[in-house]
Design a protein around this ligand. Structure first.
Ligand SMILES: [Fe+2]
Ligand SMILES: [Fe+2]
Length: 320
């Protein structure tokens, strides 16, 4: 006999999954499903100069005649810049919102974060999110190089700017933690729609970019359930003041995500000297319409018992 107890015999995933909390079930499948454990660059498709780097229909001006009729090289560069911005915006969400939320949960600062099963799953999500930074940065590299965009500077996204503005308006640490949690819950809901179209693209798009986005999307499918469960555990543990505050801010990130971020686009189009950019931006600004499907957030809030979110979003929607 040694003085170290032998580890318990391994349980099959199905045996573990058959019981336990959402956190335990997610942890039981992490080794198998996490893309950081399985994604291989050496078998990824090569970048193809004849293919588009991004889907034109996802641009806020993809149908504008000045974009559609632009010289092929300008159009290709603009789509590559869109791919870089798309990736950079995801990195911004991970770095400024989702990863700090995971850290505050693991440090026990956010109400309800006392459960070891929650810590295990949040640590795994933190690993996934850190890997998404590696993945998207590597996924940007060839477009940057081959489309002559090495010097392109992408300003931080409107979502991050708005998040930082709201955080700066609140001095209490617990308020800032709850804004972080709300922002992560909404980010994790919206990132699906954000990634989905690029994940299953047509043949005209770089297969490499489809693969990179689909890899991220696969991890995010599991995160949706995780952060719903985190919200539930956290809201249950909040006191009345914290609950009222959370309910008053959880709809805000929806508004941030509705922004088409034409300021970021103005900076990009200027740098790549896209022909007709003033006309394109003027029309995009005139047509700017903040449309966003927030039904998933309302459903999650209804499940958890957070009231007033549907009404706040409907009032904002009617006024925008
Ligand atoms: Fe992610
Ligand atoms: Fe995520």
């Amino acid at each position: 006999m040694t003085d170290i107890d032998p580890p318990p015999p391994p349980q099959s995933e199905s045996a573990q999954a058959a019981r336990g909390s959402v956190f335990e079930r997610l942890s039981a499948s992490w080794e198998r499903r996490a893309q950081v454990r399985s994604f291989r660059w050496d078998t990824a498709p090569a970048w193809d100069p004849a293919k588009d780097d991004f889907l034109p229909q996802l641009l806020p001006f993809g149908e504008h005649p000045a974009f559609v009729g632009a010289p092929a090289a300008d159009r290709a560069r603009c789509l590559a810049a869109a791919w870089l911005a798309f990736n950079e915006n995801q990195v911004g969400l991970e770095l400024s919102i989702v990863i700090p939320t995971c850290v505050r949960l693991l440090q026990g600062h956010i109400p309800g974060a006392q459960d070891p099963a929650l810590w295990a799953t949040v640590s795994e999500a933190l690993t996934d999110e850190s890997y998404h930074i590696v993945l998207t940065q590597q996924g940007s590299e060839t477009s940057r190089e081959r489309r002559g965009l090495r010097a392109l500077q992408i300003p931080r996204s409107a979502v991050i700017a708005a998040f930082e503005r709201v955080q700066a308006e609140h001095t209490e640490e617990w308020q800032r933690d709850l804004i972080l949690l709300a922002s992560t819950v909404v980010t994790e809901i919206f990132i699906h729609a954000h990634l989905r179209m690029m994940s299953y693209p047509p043949d005209s798009l770089q297969p490499l970019h489809g693969l990179v986005t689909r890899t991220h999307f696969t991890d995010e499918l599991a995160h949706a359930g995780l952060f719903r469960a985190v919200l539930k555990a956290s809201y249950t543990a909040m006191d009345a003041t914290q609950r009222a505050f959370f309910a008053s801010v959880v709809h805000l990130p929806v508004r941030w995500f509705a922004d088409t971020d034409l300021e970021q686009w103005a900076a990009i189009l200027d740098q790549i000297e896209f022909p007709g950019r003033d006309e394109i931006l003027a029309e995009a600004r005139a047509l700017r319409r903040e449309l966003v499907d927030y039904s998933s957030l309302v459903k999650v809030c209804d499940e958890v018992g957070i009231t007033g979110v549907r009404e706040r979003l409907a009032a904002w929607s009617a006024s925008s």
